[in-house]
Write a protein that binds this ligand. Structure first.
Ligand code: 4NP
Length: 148
């Protein structure tokens, strides 16, 4: 099972989701069956490390992250089993690019906890990243329970 998390810049929300999912999969003992990655619908920050505020929130919870930003590519739609968008704007953008045969792989990351958006924290304060962390932890636990 390969899961791709997607946001706009791939420096704040989706790398946070990748770090949480990788950590929780190990804690739940399902890491051999689950592979995770993240990407952005934009390539604005390609090659950059995750935002310092994302890395700080993860570090508070014992998670280190060294991934680099990359843009979603067409082969991702074939390669991954689940492609989980952080918000409806990014989900719509993925739907626009995704071949029809793979549309069933796309979903909002918060679907198993009632849906809605993980808000873009980029221009806000550090508390936005704490909110993202709480939302993502709950949703990812629910996904991992259903997917492995
Ligand atoms: P992300 O946050 O999509 O969660 O990585 C953002 C990062 C950068 C920008 C917007 C959102 N930006 O406009 O550069």
């Amino acid at each position: 099972m390969k899961i791709l998390f997607v946001c706009l810049g791939n420096i704040c929300r989706s790398p946070m989701a990748e770090g949480i999912a990788s950590h929780r999969a190990r804690e739940m003992g399902v890491h051999e069956r689950i592979e995770v990655d993240s990407a952005g619908t934009s390539g604005f920050h390609s090659g950059e490390l995750a935002d310092r505020r994302t890395r700080e929130v993860l570090a508070k919870h014992g998670i280190t992250l060294d991934c680099r930003s990359r843009q979603v590519v067409m082969s991702d739609f074939k390669e991954f089993d689940k492609i989980l968008a952080m918000d409806s704007a990014n989900l719509n953008e993925l739907r626009r690019r995704c071949p029809a045969e793979y549309l069933h792989k796309l979903a909002l990351v918060l679907t198993p906890v009632g849906g809605g958006d993980v808000p873009d924290p980029y221009y806000g304060g550090p508390e936005g990243f704490d909110v993202n962390y709480r939302q993502l932890t709950q949703a990812i636990d629910a996904w991992l329970q259903t997917l492995h």
